[in-house]
Design a protein around this ligand. Structure first.
Ligand code: GLP
Length: 246
């Protein structure tokens, strides 16, 4: 069963999750090991990334021994496209930390051979020792990463078609629905379930209904986030609005 923590607001939630990440990085560094983080995009993790940058700048937290794997990337967008998730991560996190660029991984949206690219991504995660902690947001369709319904419990990193609800939700960033890609590469539900720990963040009334379905309906492919009920170490970090229907 997933744990639920209701925080005063999204800044408080970001502080709580950043403290968990800091403790992981520090513990791994002490043991001479690398911390492997799974990262997410969207507006939800932005306060978390701001807090990680503050911990780096003001409290000397180093990311030199951190390796990251992002959940997903839009099909066809190169890393310098201002709506690509690689660009998002550079702007909102990586460029403000001391993490070596080679330690950061985002699926290659422009690769021609999707199957090969996705298999290589799984191999890279395995070779890094697996993901210690995965940060997640949630889409209104119940997607985690870009695992739209239906997404099987054992799905792996793959090419997916985006739900029209998701394309419309994300069109605000592109300025025009027609510019939103129809596909993406995403870690699978199974890839996410293999992460040793999962911290999902959801804020605002717009997420209340999907948070309720994710935690209260029987786990099924129709609501991919509902599979997280079966994860042994998953916490939903909510603000009071996102918690309002539980
Ligand atoms: C995108 C991402 C998801 C993210 C979702 C929610 O579709 N692929 O990983 O969780 O958006 O976005 P937001 O946090 O802006 O609500």
């Amino acid at each position: 069963m997933a744990h639920v923590l209701v925080h005063a607001d999204k800044v408080a939630a970001a502080k709580a999750v950043s403290a968990v990440i800091r403790d992981l990085i520090v513990a791994k560094a002490k043991a001479g090991q690398t911390a492997v983080l799974g990262l997410a995009t969207g507006s939800t993790p932005l306060p978390l990334y701001a807090e990680l940058i503050r911990l780096h700048r003001e409290e000397g937290l180093s990311f030199r021994n951190v390796v990251t794997f992002n959940l997903d990337e839009y099909e066809g967008l190169a890393g310098d496209h201002d709506q690509s998730y690689r660009y998002f991560m550079e702007q909102n996190l990586f460029r403000s930390l001391d993490i070596p660029k080679g330690n950061t991984h985002v699926p290659a949206g422009t690769a021609c051979d999707h199957a090969r690219t996705c298999a290589d991504y799984e191999t890279a995660i395995r070779n890094a020792g697996g993901i210690d902690l995965q940060v997640l947001g949630i889409g209104r369709t119940g997607h985690i990463g870009f695992n739209e319904p239906p997404s099987a419990r054992d799905s792996r990193t793959r090419h997916v078609h985006l739900d029209e609800v998701t394309r419309r939700d994300n069109s605000v960033f592109f300025g025009d629905l027609a510019r939103v890609p129809h596909g993406a590469l995403t870690m699978g539900v199974g890839t996410i379930m293999d992460c040793r720990r999962v911290e999902l963040l959801a804020f605002g009334a717009g997420k209340a209904e999907i948070v309720r379905r994710s935690l209260r309906s029987a786990p099924s492919a129709d609501c991919p986030a509902s599979w997280l009920q079966e994860h042994p170490a998953c916490t939903f970090h909510l603000d009071p609005e996102a918690n309002s229907r539980l």
